[in-house]
Design a protein around this ligand. Sequence first.
Ligand SMILES: NC(=O)c1ccc[n+]([C@@H]2O[C@H](COP(=O)([O-])OP(=O)(O)OC[C@H]3O[C@@H](n4cnc5c(N)ncnc54)[C@H](O)[C@@H]3O)[C@@H](O)[C@H]2O)c1
Length: 281
Amino acid sequence: MIKSIGVVGAGTMGSGIAQVSARAGLSVVMQDVTDEFLSRGLLTIDKSLQRDVDKQRLGLDEKQQIVSMIKPTRDLADLRDVDFVVEAVTEDLTVKLDLFRRLDQTVRPNVILSSNTSSISITRLAATTSRPDRFIGMHFMNPVPVMKLVEIIRGVATSDETYEVTRCLAEAMGKTPVEVNDSPGFISNRVLMPMINEAAFALYEGVASPEAIDQIMRLGMNHPMGPLQLADFIGLDVCLAIMNVLYDGFDDSKYRPCPLLKKYVDAGWLGRKTGRGFYQY
Ligand SMILES: NC(=O)c1ccc[n+]([C@@H]2O[C@H](COP(=O)([O-])OP(=O)(O)OC[C@H]3O[C@@H](n4cnc5c(N)ncnc54)[C@H](O)[C@@H]3O)[C@@H](O)[C@H]2O)c1
């Protein structure tokens, strides 16, 4: 029985994971490197829950109860008694490898370690620990409190028991887990990113305007957002990094990142977060 969870990283994803965990009745230890990042994470959680209170989907006392389940800390040692860990730190292999080595020394030997990485090999992260059988990918979608899907990624050594415990945990959080084997981009990004990249190629070749490309995919394919608008939302730097993971991982030219995507990233046009991407904001 998982009663407590350690969430490492209090950013966009970590704060959302902490929120859905606490709402599912788990006690949460949320760790990050500075008090500022922790306060920002707690504020995000507070605002998100307050929206539910305002819409009368949650009582004020329930909100306070959920918030009180989350203990922020800068000290990784505070995770020593948790039953399960979700890592949601910056997407950087060196940072994650170092963190998992330390986590492996910190938490009890039977505890499952999971990563919310968008693109790094689960098998590779697992191999840095002494428990590759108790290591798994839990790929939540942004925004975590809203999106139902959790892609559950089995590394080559992940045990059936680890998979089952993780699947049940995702369901307890109100999510729909879907099983995937470890492979570059898993399923979500392997299918999504080449579509975005192809939309960028169509724009690059002057086949249609950004508005026309997005309108065709919205109206014709019933996508809630066009691929270029979605790329701006995700961040063009993130899209380019994931295309490079696919390109390098499969060693296949079909994943070649579009030169226009590279050019925009070089220009610092990263999408919504910088005020300009395929569109201006
Ligand atoms: N943002 C998304 O849409 C999205 C979606 C799915 C998965 N992911 C993945 O989730 C992970 C986190 O992404 P994010 O968007 O929340 O990033 P973010 O930048 O919002 O947050 C990352 C947090 O990790 C903290 N951090 C960095 N190094 C740390 C360390 N050694 N120990 C503890 N905390 C540390 C940072 O201070 C920061 O608060 C990444 O692996 C990313 O690929 C992101």
